[in-house]
Design a protein around this ligand. Structure first.
Ligand code: FMN
Length: 181
């Protein structure tokens, strides 16, 4: 079945490791007939959540109208949300954290976002898999709260510089993730 997939990226490096895996995932997903909308958070102009809880009072998701409001309708319509990002200081990069925080508007706005699928692609320099806990656990818990089913995770350690991902099977794993959606 063809699905609508929203891919939200968090790296500012267009030739970086998570983008390479993102590209591999999207190519595979589109090859399976899915429709993919990509939102490169680091290249967008958007701020963090102001916690004003006036979501949807203007008709748009956020009362502070920026590029998040172009993403919100895509998330509402999506069958699956895929987050891709590197680890920054054992955590989620600020660039994509702003987007994740603002998904709060869909919750406050009472939108029905349950039942979607969710997946994660991430990577880091260090070899210790637990370094990715700071990304993996918040995404898993966010998915659980939103009643999204985690269908897969690609967690690649040991990549620092652009191109390092080619020394791993990260892109292969990312392409295979498309089989789980
Ligand atoms: C600001 C910043 C913080 C980082 N923090 C960590 C870290 O805590 N642990 C780690 O293993 N790698 C860390 N890294 C390395 C990146 O996770 C690594 O280079 C990754 O491959 C970058 O992915 P990208 O090419 O998709 O941007 C950090 C990199 C930057 C720029």
């Amino acid at each position: 079945m063809s699905k609508k997939i929203v891919v939200i990226t968090g790296s500012p490096r267009k030739n970086g490791n998570s983008f390479a895996m993102t590209d591999a995932f999207i190519k595979a997903a589109e090859g399976k007939g899915h429709t993919v909308t990509r939102f490169d958070a680091a290249m967008k102009k958007l701020n963090g959540c102001r916690a004003c809880e006036t979501c949807y009072s203007t008709g748009k998701a956020c009362s502070f109208d920026d590029e998040f409001n172009t993403l919100a309708p895509e998330i509402l319509e999506a069958d699956a949300i895929v987050f891709t990002m590197p680890v920054y200081w054992y955590s989620i990069p600020a660039q994509i954290k702003n987007v994740i925080d603002r998904i709060f508007s869909l919750v406050v706005g009472g939108k029905d976002i349950a039942g979607k699928e969710c997946a994660l692609i991430t990577c880091c320099e260090e070899e210790d898999m637990s370094v990715m806990d700071g990304v993996r656990i918040p995404i898993e818990r966010t998915a659980a709260l939103n009643k999204w089913k985690m269908v897969g995770e690609v967690l690649i350690p040991g990549v620092l510089k652009e191109g390092d991902i080619e020394k791993t099977d990260g892109c292969k794993q990312a392409a295979e993730l498309a089989d789980k959606i």
